[in-house]
Design a protein around this ligand. Structure first.
Ligand SMILES: Cc1ncc(C[n+]2csc(CCOP(=O)(O)OP(=O)(O)O)c2C)c(N)n1
Ligand SMILES: [Mg+2]
Length: 795
């Protein structure tokens, strides 16, 4: 029901009454809105009907979603936004977005003509593929909205620390959201977190067309939405009726019309939008004919005019939209709920099936006539508009948002210092990580000042305690550590201040990845590089996997430390034991993954990672770490070994040339692999033991080398073995993590690993049951050797 939301209101806070936009300005904006609508529909039509198809696939594109947002986006881009503002545009308004960029001279006709084709304008706005014009990629609904909240937090983080100039106004982080995006849970997780962090300068503009993909959305749902935002401290500005309708409501019996529309169910309203003037007339006559004032309105409006009146929602009324946006001048987070019509101005407006609907060539021809665009002038920027081109050109040249030509900052990298290896006979990689960060926390240099950590309520249990104790927790305001004040003994200091360098999150993993996305884009978005590290329990990466993918898709750079991992976690049981994450590490684009076994390996890799995340063509880095203390090798790492550790593998025990057998292990099972190696050494004197620090890098380099006919690192390493030698691979993860090594060189491979859910137990029991202990390795080696035609006696 349209009544689901309160009356058009500018509630609470500092909303300023404002002079209406000057008529010529309004006229320019309305003309350009019309042109953006035309170009967005034409771009889609061209891609689907005029560009030759080679594969018979429908190209697609969303004419209705673009039309729905045309007024809102034109207002934002061509009038309201300032260069420092950043915006996430709902994915299905991509054609409209590109049309506006084209009008601003920031997008080429060639790319519009290749909309959804290789190298053309992207189906959904993409930071990495569409370039500087896109602030935040979108596509997976809800995530683009959420990331703006975390970007506002990151902006405050940088400003409060004076890492960016604080004497210039902060940007507004804006999301133009589809209403169905508010069904996504990540929105509410973000709202909660945002409330805790008192986020500012945040606008969510909801294109409230009451339609999603399949259908018209429930009447009752949105009735709760504004209350929800207000509960979290947001201002809600509802843009409901346009000026025509408001004028009609002010006439005699006009209130009856308002009440009728307010009570009209979403689905009936949408259906009547589609049916047009005749449909409206029939229903209004049936329900309101007893009111003379309504009869007068019906008499004065022909069908076209009646349809225009009844669809005059504020989200399509440029004047109302500008008033609403310009009315907000403070930094309180604000949700604009703008009533719109999906497909507004197009023949399938309001139809419930219009999400992916395309105008057919006949409809398009009629639309072209209505828009006054001559044949052959379809891509012209101003054809068919009733304002002189020079005036529109001058208007566009003055658009504030486009005043800065380079929206993307490119701050120079921060130098990475030497990092000392934590010493100790027995260490887990998780403990080593904690100690390394603890040491980095003591430094007073530029590098340490750019480090920022975050964790979804697992800060202490992922070993960030020492770091946090020294560097403190970030908060906009100084907050004392009550336990400390009350002299309650605790190993953890929990003082908060704007100087703090750890951002503590609630448990929601989506929030971790969206914050990492925002922190990892601090350089390009705001001009100051941060070196973000997020910690998480390895199994819960899955919980936020789409948000992780989202962060990486837009090339955000960060280090992800996942610990504990695998069945090595032992007593804590199945629900916390990760199995498939190393495969994510291999398969996930934008992410390099490592699973070191020893503290010295981790030290080398962390140092490398700090450089990698700063390189132009670098990636984010994922470390899978363990809580299991393992005996450390006594060695100094020379540059060649360091390179091999980074490249993904090295011989911990070099095999004899032409060896019959090798064991390749990854991560926390190193002691079992070593024990099996020792046990087999007598029978197979030339046996080798391959330490794999990154199945991901090894695999990637193998494929790259194959593609250019070169020898890969993995192939060079395995060439120590005789062709057809036995190879046992073992890891505390799915065996497919390493089993591909069997294709690198001719080997008889036995892949060991974990391929079903974990359970509670101790390491000896669990490693035995899951077949990754030294006995399992020895057995597998014996069988592989037999199959390989070699011989090894059964121990
Ligand atoms: C996470 C996710 N699930 C499903 C989809 C498929 N999908 C694309 S658009 C859409 C509905 C969008 O509706 P709304 O947000 O209201 O957008 P609009 O009506 O403005 O087009 C869905 C379900 C998606 N893009 N992302
Ligand atoms: Mg919608």
């Amino acid at each position: 029901m349209l009544r689901a939301l309160p009356e058009p209101s500018f509630k609470q806070g500092r909303i300023q009454e404002r002079e209406p936009a000057p008529a010529d300005r309004l006229a320019c904006l309305m003309a350009l809105e019309r042109k953006a609508l035309w170009l967005s529909t034409w771009m889609i039509h061209h891609a689907n009907h005029l560009r030759p198809s080679r594969d018979g696939l429908k190209v697609g594109g969303h004419q209705a979603s673009s039309a729905s947002a045309a007024t809102l986006m034109t207002a934002l881009y061509l009038d309201v936004m300032r260069p420092q503002d950043r915006i996430a545009v709902k994915p299905h308004a991509s054609p409209l977005f590109h049309a506006l960029q084209y009008l601003l001279g920031q997008q080429s006709r060639d790319k519009l003509e290749r909309f959804r084709a290789l190298g053309g304008a992207q189906a959904y706005p993409s930071r990495s593929k569409d370039g500087d014009i896109v602030d935040f990629s979108t596509g997976s609904v809800g995530l683009g909205v959420g990331v703006t909240l975390f970007a506002s937090l990151v902006q405050d983080y940088l400003r409060l620390k004076r890492l960016v100039p604080a004497d210039t106004p902060p940007g507004r982080m804006i999301a133009l959201a589809g209403d169905a995006e508010l069904d996504e849970g990540n929105i509410y997780e973000a709202l909660l977190e945002g409330w805790k962090h008192d986020v500012r300068n945040l606008w969510w503009v909801v294109d409230y067309n009451r339609q999603s993909l399949d259908a018209v959305v429930s009447d009752r749902l949105f009735g709760r939405i504004d209350a929800l935002f207000e509960m979290f401290g947001w201002r809600v500005v509802t843009l409901k009726y346009g000026r025509l309708l408001e004028a009609a409501f002010a006439r005699p019996d006009g209130e009856q019309l308002r009440e009728w529309i307010d009570a009209c169910p979403n689905s009936l309203y949408s259906a009547l939008v589609y049916k047009g003037g005749e449909g409206w007339r029939e229903h209004l006559r049936r329900d309101l004919n007893r009111y003379p004032g309504i009869r007068a309105i019906l008499d004065e409006h022909d069908d076209d005019a009646l349809a225009r009146l009844m669809t005059n929602l504020a989200g399509h009324d440029m004047g109302s939209v500008l008033d609403a946006f310009h009315g907000v001048t403070d930094d309180r987070p604000t949700c604009f709920i703008a009533y719109t019509i999906k497909g507004y101005g197009l023949p399938f407006a309001g139809h419930k099936d219009n999400h992916a609907g395309l105008m057919n060539p006949e409809q398009m021809a009629i639309f072209q006539r209505i828009m006054g665009v001559p044949e052959g002038a379809e891509w012209d920027r101003f054809s068919g508009l009733d304002l002189p081109s020079e005036e529109l050109e001058a208007f566009l040249a003055d658009v504030p948002w486009a005043a800065e030509s380079d929206r993307r900052h490119r701050p120079s990298p921060v130098a990475v210092p030497a990092i000392a290896t934590p010493r100790g006979r027995n260490l887990s990689t998780q403990e080593a990580f904690g100690r390394i960060l603890g040491t980095l926390a003591t430094a007073d240099d530029a590098f340490a000042s750019r480090l920022v950590t975050t964790s979804p309520d697992v800060t202490v249990s992922t070993n960030l305690g020492a770091w946090v104790n020294r560097r403190g927790i970030f908060d906009r305001t100084e907050r004392t550590d009550t336990f400390r004040e009350e002299k309650v003994v605790s190993a953890q200091r929990w003082g908060m201040s704007p100087q703090g360098q750890h951002i503590e999150l609630g448990i929601a993993e989506h929030n971790l990845f969206l914050l990492l996305a925002a922190l990892g884009l601090a350089g390009p978005l705001f001009g100051a590089r941060l070196l973000p590290i997020g910690t998480i329990y390895d199994p819960f990466i899955k919980r936020g996997l789409d948000a992780l993918n989202y962060a990486l898709y837009q090339d955000a750079r960060f280090i992800l430390v996942a610990t504990p991992s695998g069945i090595t976690l032992a007593p804590e049981g199945g629900a916390h034991q990760s199995v498939l994450e190393p495969l994510v590490g291999i398969a996930q684009p934008g992410l390099v993954s490592f699973e070191p076994a020893y503290a010295d390996e981790l030290t080398v890799l962390l140092r490398w990672a700090f450089d990698e995340i700063q390189r132009d063509d670098g990636q984010s880095v994922y470390f899978r770490l363990s809580t299991r203390p393992v005996e450390q090798p006594e060695r100094d790492i020379d540059p060649a070994l360091a390179d091999a550790i980074v490249a993904g593998a090295y011989w911990l025990r070099e095999p004899a040339a032409g060896s019959e057998l090798a064991i390749a292990y990854c991560g926390a099972v190193a002691p079992e692999a070593l024990a099996a190696y020792e046990a087999l050494r007598e029978d197979v004197p030339g046996i080798g033991l391959l330490a794999i620090t990154s199945p991901d890098r090894l695999h990637e380099e193998w494929r790259a080398a194959l593609a250019c006919g070169e020898r890969s690192q993995a192939e060079r390493l395995l060439s120590r073995l005789r062709p057809g030698a036995a190879l046992v691979t073992v890891s505390d993860s799915h065996p497919a993590t390493l089993s591909w090594l069997g294709s690198v060189a001719p080997t008889m491979l036995a892949p060991l690993g974990v391929d079903h859910f974990g359970q509670s137990g101790d390491i000896p029991d669990l490693y035995r049951i899951y077949g990754i202990d030294s006995d399992a390795i020895i057995d597998a080696a014996a069988r592989a050797c037999l199959r390989a035609g070699g011989f090894v006696s059964q121990p």
